[in-house]
Design a binder for this molecule. Structure first.
Ligand SMILES: [Zn+2]
Length: 578
């Protein structure tokens, strides 16, 4: 019965609020109460008290407000989803009597060995929708496992991919249990509840519950080389600031295991849309950026990514749904800065919005609280799976052959390049509600832009925009394909407005005498215009040049400003839209 209530809470909390329409649906809950203060608190949360018996209050509350009960720290379960029909719960899960036995045990922490047994059990019970992969081996020769959950698990499909990681830090044992519990509930319900079935059928979910098995056995933060694995990723890796970041980025086999499922050119080249890395020591969700970048973004300042609007929208919604008492939201750098962590690498290099979830104030809570923390976080992890299909999605293919092309995806007004999945060509550009111009470009192809694409809210399925790119005449290689090159020159070169429809201001840090040439290139490296630099003038340490592009006979799309300063070349991408 206990599990049944968990499932009801799962389905009600995540999905109940999505389908209520205009009419407010009230649910009936049993809530544990200890004293008059509890009763007063319940009323202030919007509960109507029905009866009180044996320390339990039966209350009515708007279905959309159930999450407030858990957030406030009450123990409760749902009696009836819809108070108008007390037999309604049968419809929520008509097959509950026939459900497969619920096998995993969460009364004690999973060791590397018992975790392996649990993953094998899930894989054995649900062979049609799971694959178990050894994605790496730790310093002390322990296997690192990933469970992939999706229908047709051997076929690469056009689906958002989501990644859940536990135990970067070996002393944060609860971070193994929460993603494992999520996986077990997802698998235990998908045959019987249409909403979870949709996630198995329409998503590809990767769960790595224990990436640091040596740290688990040693009960230490670090791996067996005394490296803090969450400082060992390549983006902004910083040995000046981080004492245990490893000899070089990805020096450790455990971080290599994560790269092995997350980057092109490795065994499982996924492009994850959303990710959660689980930790403990606080009770919050932490958004990128985590690194500090003084003077503009020193430590303890809010350091947003270019996608901060949707990053924060998802984090705030995650926190609303999460029932951990006192759960909060913070920007990583504003809380405290870290360099070379998984979140920043995922967003910085891999087009993945990745969050740090801090599960519990106590690093490793008593074993009888494992299930409590698993339940606190369950619905918000389901929400991440739902939200992975918001924004704009589609495929980028060759117009002649129909084959997928590795492509860059640019959204006007958000200065950050995303990549598609090279295996199937699909991209999943997560965005907040609004209208967007989106451009796909690829080396050797003519870029394409689609304008005014309407994106609905986080719960609406993503808008589909497919690109069939035509080969460009020039076969020269694109000059810029990565964010790293772009960010390395941004400090010395500004272009605005960007996107531009004609007039463009170029600002260059440096002396006017050193400016040799300015050229505009297309994405394949072909010069479409050389700019007359005699119109440039100095202002302080800066050179300003105004350029009129309105007479250029070029297609809308991504172009590159190429500046030669004393034979040192800088680049900047612009989007040209007529
Ligand atoms: Zn941690």
């Amino acid at each position: 019965m206990r599990i049944f209530h968990v499932l009801l809470v799962v389905s009600l909390l995540i999905f109940g609020s999505l389908s209520s329409g205009d009419e407010i649906v009230f649910s009936v809950l049993n809530v544990k109460v200890n004293n008059a203060d509890d009763m007063s608190t319940l009323r202030h949360l919007g509960c109507d008290i029905d009866i009180v018996k044996d320390g339990w209050a039966r209350v009515y509350i708007a279905r959309d407000d159930i999450y407030k009960i858990g957030r406030t720290g009450f123990t409760y379960y749902v009696l009836y989803e819809d108070s108008r029909d007390i037999s309604n719960w049968v419809k929520v899960d008509p097959d509950h009597e026939k459900r497969d036995p619920y096998n995993l045990d969460f009364t004690s922490y999973h060791s590397p060995e018992s975790l392996y047994d649990a993953l094998v059990e899930l894989n054995t019970n649900y062979p049609d929708v799971t694959r178990l992969y050894q994605i790496g081996t730790s310093v002390e020769d322990r296997p690192i496992w990933a469970l992939k959950i999706t229908d047709n698990p051997d076929v690469e499909e056009d689906e958002p991919e989501i990644r859940f990681i536990g135990l970067h830090h070996g002393d944060e044992k609860i971070s193994v249990e929460v993603p494992l519990y999520f996986a077990s509930i997802l698998l235990d319900t998908y045959k019987h509840i249409s909403e979870t079935r949709e996630l198995v059928e329409e998503r590809e979910i990767w769960v790595v519950p224990m990436m640091n098995p040596d740290g688990w056995v040693r009960n230490t933060r670090y791996n067996a080389n005394y490296v803090d694995l969450n400082r060992n990723y390549s983006y902004m890796w910083n040995p000046d600031e981080e004492p245990h970041c490893g000899e070089y980025p990805f020096s450790e086999p455990e971080t290599c295991a994560i790269r092995n499922i997350s980057a092109n050119g490795y065994d499982y080249p996924n492009t994850f849309a959303l990710g959660i890395t689980c930790h403990s020591g606080a009770q919050c969700i932490n958004t990128p950026w985590n690194y500090a970048d003084p003077p503009e973004y020193p430590e303890y300042s809010y350091h947003p990514t270019p996608d901060d609007e949707v990053v924060m929208e998802i984090a705030n919604r995650f926190a609303e749904i999460n029932t951990t008492p006192g759960f909060w939201v913070t920007n990583g750098c504003e809380w405290y800065a870290t360099w070379g962590d998984c979140n920043d690498w995922s967003y910085g290099e891999r087009s993945c919005i990745d969050y740090t979830l801090e599960i519990s104030d106590v690093k490793t809570p008593p074993e009888n609280q494992i299930i409590t923390y698993c339940k606190y976080n369950l619905t918000s992890l389901f929400f991440i799976c739902i939200a992975s299909d918001c924004g704009i999605r589609g495929r980028v293919t060759d117009a002649d052959t129909g084959e997928p092309i590795p492509a860059n995806i640019e959204v006007a007004g958000i200065d950050w390049t995303w990549y598609n999945d090279p295996l199937y060509g699909d991209y999943h550009r997560i965005l907040s509600e609004g209208y967007y111009d989106i451009t796909a470009s690829a080396s050797g192809y003519i870029p394409q832009t689609v304008y005014d694409v309407y994106v609905d809210d986080l719960y609406a399925p993503a808008e589909r925009v497919d690109f069939q790119l035509e080969k460009s005449v020039s076969t020269s290689k694109a000059i810029i394909t990565s964010n790293e090159i772009k960010s390395s020159v941004e400090c010395s070169l500004q272009c605005y407005p960007n996107p531009t429809s004609g007039y463009l201001n170029i600002g260059i840090n440096g002396k006017l005498d050193n400016l040799k040439s300015i050229a505009i290139l297309d994405i394949s490296g072909r010069v479409v215009r050389s700019i007359d630099i005699s119109s440039g003038y100095a202002e302080g340490n800066k050179i300003l040049v105004g350029v009129d592009l309105s007479d250029l006979k070029i297609d809308d799309g991504v172009y590159i400003i190429c500046i030669d300063m004393n034979n040192k070349t800088s680049y900047k991408k612009i989007i040209y839209t007529r």
